[in-house]
Design a binder for this molecule. Structure first.
Ligand SMILES: C[S@@+](CC[C@H](N)C(=O)[O-])C[C@H]1O[C@@H](n2cnc3c(N)ncnc32)[C@H](O)[C@@H]1O
Length: 280
């Protein structure tokens, strides 16, 4: 499948379309939270910061612009296909490959003042983020900060701009992981762990410093739903043939329904940001 990362089992693609989706999503996160690093995360002129699963590298690129050039930033991903070439990166940003779920190499252990993660919801296995939390703890210095952002589906509702608007097709589209055959269904799609993120971090031995939840405001709901629709389409590329035959047109039907509603149908996903500190 074009742009699909079959080797690592990553559910999303690597096409330009998917990179645009990640970058729009980044701006929506930044707009809603109002910062890249939470104010409780203390940095100095000598801080060493890692962004793990950096995707297009837009977060570390923008962070580099807000911090002194002496701060070093390292972006890691299992696959750097979506990131710009090294020649176009800020001088204090270096990118490298890393499998965040495998054993962390010796030279990255206990090294970072800050580790950042965002949107691992389709990556974490068995609804259990603890192996990832343990690895991120390993990368942190004692007293270092882990900042992590995810979508938290708890309390999400399907919202319509016009009362009584038909939403049948959108409900089918958003429900699809539970309707697919086992061959297509991934346990990563129905993950509930982001709703318990703060608790997981504490269970992992970190001290929770901040736990923020932001509901997408009405003026950005249509853009957020654009992001949601593209991510569903991306995931559907990995479907089994029988599911394509049965459900192949649910996204087109949902888009048509949304167009009829002048884009006034959207899921009210909540953004969640946790900051946790590794004990000294
Ligand atoms: C949904 S994207 C989010 C990208 C970026 N953090 C952002 O917020 O824009 C998830 C990223 O995690 C990366 N990823 C998947 N599995 C990984 C692993 N085992 N180790 C490191 N990165 C991984 C993917 O390649 C992808 O770039």
């Amino acid at each position: 499948m074009e742009g699909k990362n079959t080797q690592s089992g990553y559910l999303l693609g690597r096409s330009s379309w998917e990179s645009c989706r990640l970058n729009l999503q980044h701006y929506l996160f930044k707009e809603d939270f109002g910062y890249l690093l939470h104010p409780s995360v203390n940095t100095t002129e000598k801080s060493l910061i890692a962004d793990v699963g950096c995707g297009t590298a837009i977060w570390p690129i923008q962070l580099a612009k807000t911090l002194p050039p002496s701060v070093e930033i390292h972006g890691f991903d299992i696959d750097l296909k979506q990131a710009p070439p090294p020649q176009w990166l800020p001088d204090n940003l270096k990118l490298d490959t890393l499998d965040a779920l495998a054993e962390i190499p010796e030279h990255l252990r206990g090294k970072y003042d800050v580790v950042h993660l965002r949107l691992f919801v389709f990556v974490v296995e068995n609804d259990d983020p603890m192996p990832l939390i343990r690895n991120m703890m390993t990368m942190l210095k004692p007293g270092g900060y882990l900042q992590w952002e995810e979508y938290d589906r708890e309390g999400s509702i399907l919202k319509t701009a016009i009362a009584g608007q038909s939403v049948q097709c959108m409900v089918a589209a958003m429900m699809f992981p539970t309707t697919l055959s086992a061959a297509s269904r991934s346990q990563k799609l129905s993950a509930g762990w982001p709703s318990r993120l703060g608790q997981h971090l504490q269970e992992g031995g970190l001290q929770l410093v901040a736990d923020e939840k932001k509901v997408v405001p009405d003026e950005y709901l249509a853009y957020q739903q654009d992001v949601n629709m593209v991510s569903l389409e991306e995931v559907s590329r990995g479907w089994a043939e029988e599911d394509v035959a049965r459900f192949g047109d649910i996204f087109q039907a949902a888009e048509k329904e949304r167009a009829n509603a002048r884009k006034g149908i959207a899921f009210t996903l909540r953004r969640r940001l946790c900051v946790a500190k590794k004990p000294m």
